[in-house]
Write a protein that binds this ligand. Structure first.
Ligand SMILES: [Zn+2]
Length: 295
């Protein structure tokens, strides 16, 4: 197996929204905001070459929305999905599978393109993977999350026939009235070296791919841990649907990561691709940062 970082555009989001209840006097030292209170974030994807499969985790924001939409996000930087794939000798048509951690626009926007007015899958040879519970909440969004689930990013996937669901914990039949195991302990096998983990605080049933790679365990953190700046437990984004669930899920995942020296792959960190964690007197904190290619 080989793993590659696929950088796409950088974008900006409101710093206050990214850090929830943490005051700007604290977060601004780590993530300096611009004159509009916006901070820069990455949309960093992971490409997995696994035997005959070429699996992409998330797709970035894409380019099909109008100028008004993009005026809110200040896209910048030189990387694009296509030029990052090309850097490693790949083309989007080589992708066999796309794991969509969740269907918010900065993760799924690149999954669909506008081909002369027709919305169609941007990866014509790929199966797109979501899960039933997340899909249902994306197509019938609650009013608070509605602005993140854009129909044009989602419905064309189903219409194309390229969408499939990973059977998550919510579709498991519980035998003899037994309770489901705690969510953070559930692993759904995807390939021999890839399993899917689940969290519920950011959005319903977000998927975190966990990969065995060169003797390491690598966890793709998606929006459970957007950046190294979010490691202390109360640093939870205001975007999250259930911040207290995020807090307990973070506590479980970060402790597991510190105890087992997992490599955490950071989708939104503007600087750091990967990090490891350690337990300190103050709780779990950053240990090292490094690039994926240095492994
Ligand atoms: Zn995100």
């Amino acid at each position: 197996m080989k793993l590659y970082t696929i950088d796409t555009e950088l974008f900006k989001l409101d710093g206050g929204a990214m850090f929830g209840v943490v005051p700007k006097t604290i977060w601004n030292k780590l993530n300096p905001a611009d004159e509009n209170n916006m901070c820069t974030w990455a949309m960093r994807l992971l490409l997995i070459e696994d035997g005959k499969r070429l699996i992409l985790v998330d797709t970035g924001i894409g380019n099909k929305q109008d100028a008004k939409f993009f005026s809110h996000y200040y896209l910048h930087g030189n990387a694009t999905l296509d030029n990052s794939l090309a850097k490693h000798g790949f083309h989007r048509d080589d992708i066999t599978d796309i794991i969509l951690t969740h269907l918010h626009f900065d993760h799924v926007g690149g999954a669909v393109l506008n081909n002369n007015g027709k919305l169609e899958p941007a990866f014509k040879n790929a199966v797109y993977w979501s899960n039933t519970l997340h899909w249902n909440s994306a197509v019938q969004p609650n009013p608070r999350e509605k602005a993140s689930f854009l129909k044009e990013n989602i419905l064309p996937l189903q219409e194309s026939g390229q969408l499939q669901f990973i059977e998550g914990p919510y579709t498991t039949t519980v035998q003899n009235g037994a309770a489901l195991p705690p969510l953070h302990t559930i692993h759904t096998p995807f390939t021999a070296d890839i399993a899917i983990r689940y969290v519920n605080g950011h959005t319903d049933s977000m998927m975190l791919p966990q990969i065995q790679y060169k003797g390491h365990t690598l966890l793709y953190m998606a929006d459970l841990l957007p950046s190294t700046g979010h490691i202390p437990l109360p640093y939870v984004m205001a975007y999250d649907m259930r911040p207290l669930d995020t807090l307990s899920e973070k506590a479980a995942f970060l402790q597991e990561a510190a105890d087992n020296n997992y490599i955490l792959f950071l989708e939104h960190d503007p600087v750091n691709e990967c990090c490891t964690l350690q337990t300190t007197e103050k709780g779990v904190r950053l240990k090292d940062t490094f690039t994926l290619s240095s492994l």
